[in-house]
Write a protein that binds this ligand. Structure first.
Ligand code: CA
Length: 146
């Protein structure tokens, strides 16, 4: 009768796991995103306002960030601009309100890599995160080889 090993598998997974940061002030949406991404195998940190998210993104090495634009304390555009000014280059997917086309323009100008408009399907967010991670892995590999 087989027994479940404990430790070995988890250690391997955590070494390989990619780290994501979710910054979203809507508690339900934050939970949905965090749960979906955790289920997909990522290690996810979360923040509920711009200041907290900004601090985390500046101090921790995330592989990608999901950033809401409308946030208390510090809006998403300011968070992103500040990271880019400081040389933080991780891929950032912004969440914009539907019909707020100016959010998208401002977001891209501030250094966003992609966006999803609310309300969104979680599957779309997951697919876009995968695409961002894939692209940044290729870029890293290319710069590693000269
Ligand atoms: Ca919001």
């Amino acid at each position: 009768m087989a027994e479940w090993g404990c430790g070995g598998v988890a250690a391997t997974e955590s070494e390989l796991a990619l780290r994501l940061l979710v910054i979203e002030d809507d508690p339900d949406l934050n939970r949905q995103l965090t749960t979906a991404l955790t289920d997909a195998g990522y290690v996810v940190d979360r923040a509920f306002d711009g200041e907290e998210g900004h601090y985390l993104g500046e101090s921790e090495p995330y592989d990608a960030v999901i950033l809401d634009i409308g946030l208390p304390k510090m809006d998403g555009i300011s968070v992103l601009e500040s990271w880019r000014r400081a040389g933080r280059s991780m891929p950032v997917l912004i969440l914009t309100a539907r019909d707020r086309w100016s959010d998208k323009v401002q977001g891209f100008d501030a250094g966003a890599d992609d966006y999803v408009a609310k309300p969104f399907h979680l599957e779309e967010v997951l697919a876009r995160v995968r695409a961002l991670l894939r692209r940044s892995a290729v870029i890293q590999e290319e710069s590693d080889h000269g």
